[in-house]
Design a protein around this ligand. Structure first.
Ligand code: 6NA
Length: 230
């Protein structure tokens, strides 16, 4: 792979960059907004962890403010309708699971899938970002690892009872991630982010999380295949 620096390839003031940014920036703002709401909802489902989950929710609200500033800095208006449609399926599945009290499914969607998606996206974005957004995103990505860790710790502690539910939740939600990646492939490329790199980073984070929770390598292989059939 060639390693050109972002500043030599990307013009952050061009119409094409700003057009793509209006959707990608909206996705991260909406993602952080929904993550905030999801952690508050998880706090209601897990009364013994409410304080910690409220703290995680507040971090997400701060991230949202940071990414809103990134859009303003480039004079870009985020396309929030696009972003809401982008998250609609995962959002709907989280809401349905929360209504049924399916804590493991909620954690798989928010703390594993969405956090791994965010970590992959932010890791790939940082070297290509404008200097203002780079600083903000570097701060954010550190926090997302602690959110992933919350999910891993709880799911590991409850692994025996939630294993089958997690396998079903993976089957239902991993294909959605590939659809989401396809939907942003062209815009991500304009921002200097390659889909292959996003997929690779996501799978490294996600399979690592499944391993930490207690799944065997063979089980993780089987679970990963569900994404690929989307
Ligand atoms: C949502 C989160 O912080 C970030 C979404 C990025 C696409 O969990």
């Amino acid at each position: 792979m060639t390693t050109a620096t972002a500043t030599t390839v990307l013009d952050y003031t061009s119409d094409s960059y700003k057009d793509a940014y209006s959707r990608i920036n909206a996705i991260v703002i909406e993602g952080e907004r929904e993550a905030h709401d999801n952690y508050l909802q998880l706090g209601e489902l897990l009364p013994q962890h409410t304080d910690e989950l409220v703290r995680l929710a507040k971090m997400e609200a701060r991230h949202k403010k940071g990414f809103e500033a990134c859009g303003r800095n480039l004079s870009v208006t985020p396309n929030m309708e696009f972003a809401q449609a982008f998250f609609a399926q995962l959002h709907g599945n989280f809401q349905a699971a929360a209504a049924e009290g399916k804590i493991a499914t909620c954690l798989l969607i928010q703390a594993l899938i969405i956090e791994c998606f965010a970590i992959a996206a932010y890791n790939i974005y940082i070297p290509m970002a404008d200097p203002f957004a780079r600083k903000i995103t570097e701060g954010v990505v550190k926090d997302e690892y602690t959110h992933l860790n919350f999910g891993e710790v709880w799911l590991k502690a409850n692994f025996a009872t939630v294993k089958a539910e997690l396998e079903q939740a993976n089957r239902d939600n991993l294909p959605i991630v590939w659809k989401m990646l396809n939907a942003v492939e062209a815009d991500a490329k304009v921002l200097g982010m390659e889909k292959d790199a996003l997929v690779e980073d996501f799978m490294i984070q996600y399979s690592g999380a499944l391993e930490n929770i207690g799944f065997t390598t063979r089980e993780i292989m089987k679970m990963s295949v569900y994404g690929l059939t989307a």
